[in-house]
Every structure is written in structure tokens, then in C-alpha cells.
Write a new protein. Sequence first.
Length: 442
Amino acid sequence: MEASSSGISLRNGALAYTLPFSPFIIPLLPFAGRKMALIVQKFGGTSVGSVERIQVVADRVLATKAAGHDVVVVLSAMSGETDRLLGLARAISQQPTPRELDALLSTGEQVTIALLAMALAARGQAALSLTAAQVPIETDATHTKARIERIDGERIRTALQEGKVVIVAGFQGITAQGDITTLGRGGSDTTAVALAAALQADECAIYTDVDGIYTTDPRVEAKARRLDRITYEEMLEMASLGAKVLQTRSVEFAMNYHVPVRVLSSFVDGPGTLVTSEENSMEAPRVSGIAFSRNEAKITVVGVPDRPGIAHAILGPISAANINVDVILQNVSEQGKTDFTFTVERNDFDRALQILRDLAPILGGAEVRGDKGIVKVSVVGVGMRSHAGIAASMFETLARENINIQMISTSEIKISVVIEEKYLELAVRSLHEAFGLAQGET
Ligand code: ADP
Ligand code: ASP
Ligand code: MG
């Protein structure tokens, strides 16, 4: 199998991948009573945040194993650990070498996998912890946001056959040259889904600190409602628009390889949310969720000459520096000059600004302005395809709250607006209300 942009290529066909048979009719829970399955369980930072919590994870894994299933566990670092390591790096250098940053950040996951393996061994369950290099999970060499290129499942399969629980370090990879990489923040989700695809697992369960995927972040809107199901497409939009409950790339993997993913709480039992394919969009609600992102910044190039090639002249060097550009706006020109505005992730802001300032000579004396105080709020729903007027309702709601819209971008199933940061909560809550998403309403 060849590597596609987000695909998995498997070494020498050792694990030739075919689509799982009818993945959507396999109920994910309860496991009990079903014949033996291969289950990938991923536990996020809060779920492994202390020794006590690691013991709870060990109990859960043991229960799944006792029900007769094979279990591959993927772990994050303890909560706060990746940030702590980032802080250490920044205390040394404002722009740490990406290769060394990855060597540092990947250590958090090595701690938790070893501890869980010990906890299982102490309960009499043989377990094997594996770093990405030991699996191996091969990635490209884009340090800090590497892409998985292939996974060799042989060592995992052998260990499973020996009755072991296999525990894989999330978030990390290894290049063909043997350098450690990381997959971007939240990357353990992607490790889990990619492993589930490569191993043709029956289930991929993502255990976290909320009991499923909600209509919006329950930390911002207490009236948010848990969804029983969400389509891959909607979750892909929600994730890429800022809902960090799943990393965007993990949803891409799930969609491309038809991996049924369930998001569950590691603290309380419940059905969670199933991420799956679209069923009947005619019946879908107009809007399924509200996503938002604080990780935004806006750059405006004022008074650039309005001539062919100007967008390329501005955005080419930005993209060459591996900076993602999101919403783009070019004004109508006046006297041959125009303003060109676009958004980037806030952590790429300083670099983007510098690149544009260096370009000044070819931008005809244009002025470069930046604004870090913006956020993006989006409404998402496959039901938008068959319902008109969502944009109008969204703009009307924001107008009623006196929230000024700075930029707008749309796709078939989402509408995003860029607004001032201080209005984030107000915008999310009023849109949540306006589209009838609160608990008790459907
Ligand atoms: P983990 O450490 O388990 O990977 P994360 O912090 O990455 O957990 O993701 C879970 C968090 O995602 C929740 O605590 C919640 O605040 C946030 N979140 C954002 N949007 C949503 C949403 N629509 N539904 C559920 N959680 C969301
Ligand atoms: N530990 C990494 C992070 O904090 C990866 C993850 O938790 O998914 O981003
Ligand atoms: Mg996460």
C-alpha cells in the first residue's frame, strides 16, 4: 500500500490492509458477550495524570483483557508534562531546534507507558511497552508536526499472540534515518487511530476527561449536549476548527480507513460518542456543533500594489516556511493598491510577521500590521447542505450581541467568523442557543 497524504503504508505487505468488514454495524460497546476482538484503547493526559490514575487505567485494560480481547493501549504523557517540557525548552531558547524539541517532548510518553506496563505486571498481566522507534511507527521528517508514513505491526502482533498487552507511546514517531519526531499537540489520538487502522482493530476507544463529543466545548457552555454520534466529516471540521477533543489528523485517518472511533470518559461509564459515516443528512440537524479556536492571529498587508501574482508573492514564502494560512481576504483595490489580510496560528504569528517584513522591498512599500487578539468561531453541520439561511441566522445572532465580524469563511458544512477575542464566550453561547443545541432541545 502506498503512502497517501494521510495514509499508512505497510512494510512489505506484512500487514496488508483491507477495509474492515462492515465496520459500521459493529457495536462498539459493550464488549462483553462478543467473540474475541482487537481493541485499541487510548488514554489522554488527565487519564494518566497520576500513579493512582494509571492504576485505574490498568484495571480498565485488565477488564477488557479478561473479557477475552486483545488490547493495544496508546498513552499520552501525564497531564501538563508536555507543557512543562516546552517551558524548559523555551527557558533555554525562544526558537528551540525542532529536532531537539522532539527528542525532549517525546520523553513524557515514555514515562507513562513504562509505568502502565509495571502496573499490569504487578497484577500478573504480561505487558510490553513500546516507543515509536520500537514498533516502529515511521514518519516524515517534519519535526513537531510529523506525518505517519508507515507502521510495522509485526512486533505488536507477536506480543499479542504471546498473550501480552501492548502499550505504545502516543504522539511520537521515528524517521527512516532514526530521528525522533512528534505528531503535533494532541497527536496521541492519531497514533491510536493509525494503529487501529494498521492492525485492522475492531474498535478504537479514545478515553478522555469528558464523556463524549459535545455540541460545543462543555467548559465554555455548560448547557452543551453530548452527541450519540457525529459524522467523520463533521468531526473533521469541528477538530480542524479548534475542538481539541480529537486531533484533526486522527479524524482524517479514521475517515480514510473507516475506523470506528468512540470517545469515552475514563472516569465514568457511559455510551460516549461514536464517530462514524454519514447516514441521512436530510434528517440531520441544521447545525451539529459550535467550534472555536483561540489559536488565531491576523496579519494585514496594507497598500500592496494590486497586480497579478501579489497573493502568491505574500503567501508563497509563508507556506514555504510551513506556516498554515487559514482565512484570506483581499479588498477591492483603490488607485491600484489593495489590502490583503489572512490568519495564521498564533504560535506562527511572530515568524509570519518577520517573513513579511523581510519581503518589504518586493511589496512596494506596503505596511504590515498584526493582531493577536482575535479568535475564530464556527458553526458546523452536514445538515447545512439541505438548509438555507444558516449564515443569515449566524450573522443576525452576532449582530444582536453587538459582535463585529472581521472576516468570514464558508464551506459546504461550516461557516466561520473571525471576531475580537473578548467576545468568544458570548458568541459561542448565543450561537449555541440560537441553533437550539442546548440540553433538552434537539
Ligand atoms: P486528552 O488529554 O484526553 O487528550 P484533551 O484535553 O486533548 O484530552 O481533549 C478533551 C477536551 O476537549 C475536553 O476537556 C474539552 O474541554 C475539550 N473540547 C473542546 N471541544 C469539545 C467538544 N465539542 N466536545 C467535548 N470536548 C471538547
Ligand atoms: N502529550 C501530547 C500533548 O500534550 C500528546 C497528546 O497528549 O495527545 O499534546
Ligand atoms: Mg488530546
